[in-house]
Design a protein around this ligand. Structure first.
Ligand SMILES: Nc1ncnc2c1ncn2[C@@H]1O[C@H](COP(=O)(O)OP(=O)(O)O)[C@@H](O)[C@H]1O
Ligand SMILES: [Mg+2]
Length: 343
């Protein structure tokens, strides 16, 4: 693998669902790169398309309702010219037949979810589930597989690891289950780890421990992490870069330092303003007015215009492009596109 090339390049990703209420444009033309050892956070409120992005990367968008739009697909009677691409080590995963996708999913690219109980099988011990992955990817069996599983349990900080191997998922706490999931996800030394709200279901102290663990393991394993969260605190603690998503689009993208020191998109500014620490004591938590629009019915122009405190003439009619600013941060907002009020 070429270290100068990003390990994952997502280009013009569009993920749509057919729903009873019409076409849902869950992800609508987003692009990003992920480098080895780097953590990119996808940040946004619920319903912005973060999970749909993650599922697209490992090709688990639920069919037939959902699909990733590719070149040649026909949308509204018109063939798509610029389709989605998901390049892993320069190979387009979307072009692979399902059988050839298997060595990637769960091996080179692994994923952990918000609620580990739904991804762990209740009828097998957690040790058996980890050993199955070890057998599959490292070809080890019996005592040798158990030894590797034990090492992984130690690595993810599971106390009394030997005894825990023989327990069932329901016997473990939420934090321990998430540690098991991390052990399973890392057992095959993936190049890319996708973590979709990995600590959202956990209480605050356990959250911090799991994030610390992920950070340590990333340093040790050198993998790239795509971290999905609605929590600015998690981004601050974990990520190098952040892409702020709103209504299926990336609206701001830059290093965590840049975006936290000087957020430019009114949506990003709204996310910061709604942080509890930013209010005077006793004041009601200020949140962004309104709700994320339905993905079947986005407003025309800028999708945030219906909630935006800075809306002016062009915003409802013209969709702003994601454009680089002088310092390299990218923003999709007419306050920065140079479009004036008389369009
Ligand atoms: N299986 C599905 N069928 C139809 N619409 C879906 C499905 N999954 C997600 N969506 C729609 O896609 C949009 C983005 O969802 P999602 O990616 O889960 O958001 P997030 O992870 O940011 O909360 C939402 O509007 C949601 O209703
Ligand atoms: Mg989600």
């Amino acid at each position: 693998m070429n270290p100068t090339v990003p390990v994952l390049q997502v280009k013009h990703l569009r993920t749509y669902y057919r729903t009873r209420n019409g076409l849902s444009r869950a992800v609508d033309d987003i692009s990003f790169d992920l480098r080895r050892g780097q953590t990119l956070a996808l940040l946004g409120e619920s319903g912005c398309g973060k999970s749909a992005t993650a599922l697209s990367v490992i090709r688990l968008v639920p069919k037939p309702a959902g699909w990733v739009v590719r070149s040649g697909d026909v949308l509204d009677g018109v063939p798509v010219t610029q389709g989605s691409e998901i390049l892993f080590d320069n190979k387009d995963l979307l072009a692979l037949p399902e059988a050839q996708m298997r060595p990637y999913r769960g091996s080179k690219i692994t994923m952990i979810f918000q609620e580990p109980l739904t991804s762990l099988n209740p009828v097998y011990t957690v040790g058996d589930q980890l050993m199955e992955v070890v057998q599959l990817h490292q070809g080890l069996r019996g005592q040798a597989a158990r030894q590797v599983a034990l090492e992984m349990f130690k690595k993810v900080g599971i106390p009394s690891p030997e005894a825990r191997l023989d327990e069932y998922p329901h016997q473990l706490s939420g934090g321990m289950r998430q540690r098991v999931m991390i052990a399973i996800a890392l057992a095959c030394k993936p190049d890319v780890l996708i973590a979709d709200e990995p600590t959202t279901a956990l209480d605050v102290t356990i959250q911090a421990q799991i994030l610390d663990l992920l950070k340590d393991l990333q340093r040790e394993f050198g993998m790239a992490v795509l971290l999905i969260t609605h929590d600015l605190g998690v981004v601050a603690q974990m990520a190098d870069e952040v892409a702020v998503m709103y209504a299926g689009k990336v609206v701001e993208r830059g290093s965590v330092q840049q975006v936290f020191n000087h957020s430019r998109h009114p949506y990003t500014q709204g996310l910061f303003a709604s942080l509890p620490g930013r209010q005077a004591r006793g004041q009601k938590l200020c949140t962004i007015e309104g709700t994320v629009p339905e993905s079947t019915n986005f407003p025309t122009g800028c999708r945030f215009n219906t909630r935006c405190p800075h809306r002016f003439a062009p915003c409802a009619g013209l969709e702003p492009l994601l454009l680089p600013q002088a310092d390299g941060v990218q923003v999709a907002c007419h306050l920065y596109t140079g479009v004036n009020a008389h369009v």
